[in-house]
Design a protein around this ligand. Structure first.
Ligand SMILES: Nc1ncnc2c1ncn2[C@@H]1O[C@H](COP(=O)(O)OP(=O)(O)OP(=O)(O)O)[C@@H](O)[C@H]1O
Ligand SMILES: [Mg+2]
Length: 241
């Protein structure tokens, strides 16, 4: 489904991701791990169509995702509907004046009927256990509550692929256990889940696969998440633990 071929990305000439090759099949679950600055967020932004390769190619179902195509509003809407992106910082994502509007925004943009939008909003608020916050302004919420709203807003579009950048950041232990269970359920329901994370205690048993990035922005290992997390000498060598 997702096919990243020898992708390099540079910010103003400075490499952030170097010759990454990564293939992800529909329904897979992948943890993206690596030290600070190794290129995890950059990879997720590329997958989410927010950045475009400086070199190499990104194919989705065999079709190359190019910047020019994403400038077309119809194509762009279809793409973002299929691939949902939850930002590391929910403040980057939330812009409506109530939680309810925030969650309704995506389905409304998709042109769904009023009853269908309402159904999706109700379902997603219930799923994230934030129904009591529906009238609140997102600014007035706590960090963890904002994160739940951001996830609900993405799920309301019912994307096939969920990209999450540090989903456990700022979430309390009970919330992390809840989010872990939610991601497991979404993956079991067939969604492809890709998350950048440092939270190893919570990702163990959650992801089938891990893709590990090194300080020099290269993909140094791609394999079973359980095996990689258990390989402490490898993690230590790459300054991950
Ligand atoms: N907007 C930007 N402009 C310039 N350089 C950037 C920008 N964003 C990231 N970088 C650089 O690109 C490299 C990779 O950054 P990225 O955010 O992808 O790392 P990361 O693995 O997500 O790190 P973290 O664990 O801290 O979230 C870093 O060297 C970073 O300084
Ligand atoms: Mg990051």
């Amino acid at each position: 489904m997702i096919d990243i071929q020898k992708v390099t990305y540079r910010y103003l000439g400075k490499p952030a991701l170097v010759e990454a090759d990564l293939q992800i099949e529909a329904g897979d679950s992948v943890a993206v791990i690596g030290p600070n600055g190794s290129g995890k967020s950059t990879l997720l932004k590329l997958l989410g169509g927010l950045l475009h390769p400086s070199e190499g190619r990104y194919l989705l179902d065999g079709k190359e995702i190019v910047e020019a195509a994403l400038k077309d509003p119809v194509y762009s809407r279809q793409f973002h509907q299929r691939i949902g992106f939850v930002f590391q910082n929910p403040d980057t994502q939330l812009f409506c004046s109530s939680v309810e509007e925030e969650v309704a925004f995506g389905p409304e943009q998709m042109g769904l009927s009023v009853p269908e939008v309402k159904r999706r909003v109700d379902d997603c608020l219930a799923l994230l256990q934030i129904a009591d916050l529906r009238g609140e302004h997102p600014w007035n919420l706590s960090g963890g509550e904002k994160k739940r709203v951001a996830i609900a807003a993405v799920l309301a579009m019912n994307p096939e692929v969920l990209l999450l950048d540090e989903p456990m950041n700022g979430i309390d232990p009970k919330g992390k256990a809840f989010l872990r269970d939610l991601l497991l359920r979404l993956n079991a329901a067939g969604k492809t889940v890709v998350a950048a994370t440092h939270d190893f205690a919570y990702i163990d048993g959650l992801f089938r696969r891990a893709a590990v990035f090194s300080e020099d922005h290269r993909l140094v290992r791609d394999g079973s998440c359980g095996e990689i997390l258990a390989d402490r000498p490898f993690l230590a060598r790459h300054n991950i633990i």
